[in-house]
Design a protein around this ligand. Structure first.
Ligand SMILES: NC(=O)c1ccc[n+]([C@@H]2O[C@H](COP(=O)([O-])OP(=O)(O)OC[C@H]3O[C@@H](n4cnc5c(N)ncnc54)[C@H](O)[C@@H]3O)[C@@H](O)[C@H]2O)c1
Length: 355
């Protein structure tokens, strides 16, 4: 990290040794979930469904709650190969009666349901408020009243830092959200911390950066701009890169689920907030090049930011994930190239399921 703009910094020479250490730590933590009951809100979504597959594989009894609102990332195809192994409840986290029932008798709550679109949060701030803030408080109230022994992992976002004062951004960076979504997600995560500190409901927050992989929404740019890039590229159409020089980091969805499992299993994560990060830093223009190269073809056009986007853009961002590394032993294990390769291969095969 901290390399010249637009370049992917060289891999840490200890990468493979580090990967072995992380793998050992994962194996230890993963034992915790055998026979455990785990509830995932947003379980048919991108990250939730990948986490559900992991938990099923680890021997957990998995309960999913998802509203499947069409504008969001929930997609039943994401869970088609585990559908007989999970309990799926099509319900809305804004419904306190459902949530009171669903949190009962669970060991873990992976709280991932959210409205993710920054532009939608500006066009319809009240829906974002209801889901990302009010419902979060109501989920925590359900836990306080019906299952105070549950352990919660909440999916936070790097969006709450706003335009960085310095790079890479660590957890001590001021929080200065640039859009309604950032404000509401910030409140959502702090409710978790307050309920941890005041009521002893063990909660950890993972602030995600751009997370990518099979199962992400590619229909439009509501979840990530990379989704629509991939869709258009696979449809043989040019995609648009806005700006192009902005630096970003990306986390593979498997690395993201590693972090969530580690945070759930390790008591030293209770009451803590952790950034995730990626294998390197890359400009959007270089990312577009890499995507086309891996795909073996494709075209894109670099253009100015649309004005309504520019107003909420955060410029360069990449995160410092040393805290989760030193506390929980997490680090990204999947390279950006590998993630892109795997993601493109997945959508080549299943494009029609995501349109
Ligand atoms: N993907 C990323 O890059 C990223 C980055 C930062 C934070 N996050 C956070 O991670 C979480 C998961 O994101 P994702 O990328 O998997 O997105 P996603 O849209 O695929 O998953 C969210 C899921 O929540 C469900 N949902 C939304 N509102 C709901 C409601 N009211 N009741 C029940 N279910 C509801 C959606 O149907 C969807 O399946 C979100 O909270 C998001 O804010 C994701």
């Amino acid at each position: 990290m901290g390399e010249a703009p637009g370049r992917v910094p060289p891999r840490n020479p200890d990468f493979h040794l580090d990967n072995i250490a992380v793998a050992k730590k994962m194996i230890e933590s993963e034992k915790t979930f055998n026979g455990a009951k785990a509830l995932i809100t947003g379980g048919a979504g991108f990250i939730g469904s990948n986490l559900a597959k992991r938990l099923v594989h680890l021997g957990a009894e998995v309960f999913l709650v998802d509203s499947l609102i069409p504008e969001y990332g929930g997609n039943l195809f994401n869970i088609h190969n585990i559908k007989h192994k999970v309990h799926l409840n099509i319900s809305d986290v804004r419904d306190p009666h459902s949530m009171q029932y669903l949190v009962k008798n669970k060991d873990y709550l992976f709280n991932l349901a959210g409205q993710t679109s920054h532009m939608d949060s500006m066009a319809d701030p009240y829906t974002d408020l209801e889901i990302n803030t009010r419902a979060q408080l109501s989920i925590l109230e359900s836990c306080r009243n019906h299952n105070p022994g549950i352990k919660i992992v909440f999916a936070g976002t790097r969006q709450i830092y706003g335009k960085p004062d310095y790079l890479p951004v660590d957890e001590k960076h001021p929080l200065r959200p640039v859009d309604v979504n950032g404000i509401n997600k910030m409140a959502g995560e702090w409710y978790h911390m307050v309920y941890n500190n005041v009521y002893g409901i063990r909660s950890s927050v993972i602030r995600l950066t751009n997370t990518i992989g099979p199962g992400m929404r590619i229909k439009d740019a509501r979840q990530t701009f990379l989704g629509i890039w991939i869709r258009r590229m696979l449809e043989g159409k040019p995609f648009e890169v806005w700006g192009g020089d902005q630096l970003r980091d990306f986390t593979d969805v498997d690395d993201c689920t590693d972090a969530m499992l580690l945070a759930a299993a390790d008591p030293s994560a209770d009451g803590r907030i952790f950034n995730l990060g990626g294998d390197g830093v890359i400009s959007l223009r270089d990312l577009a090049e890499k995507l086309v190269e891996i795909n073996g073809g494709g075209t894109y056009r670099v253009r100015e930011f649309p004005p309504e986007r520019k107003r909420i853009d955060i410029g360069d961002f990449y995160s410092d994930y040393r805290l989760i590394r030193s506390t929980l032993g997490w680090r990204p294990r999947v390279s950006l190239e590998e993630t892109l390769r795997r993601t493109i291969a997945y959508y080549r095969q299943h494009l029609d399921r995501y349109l």
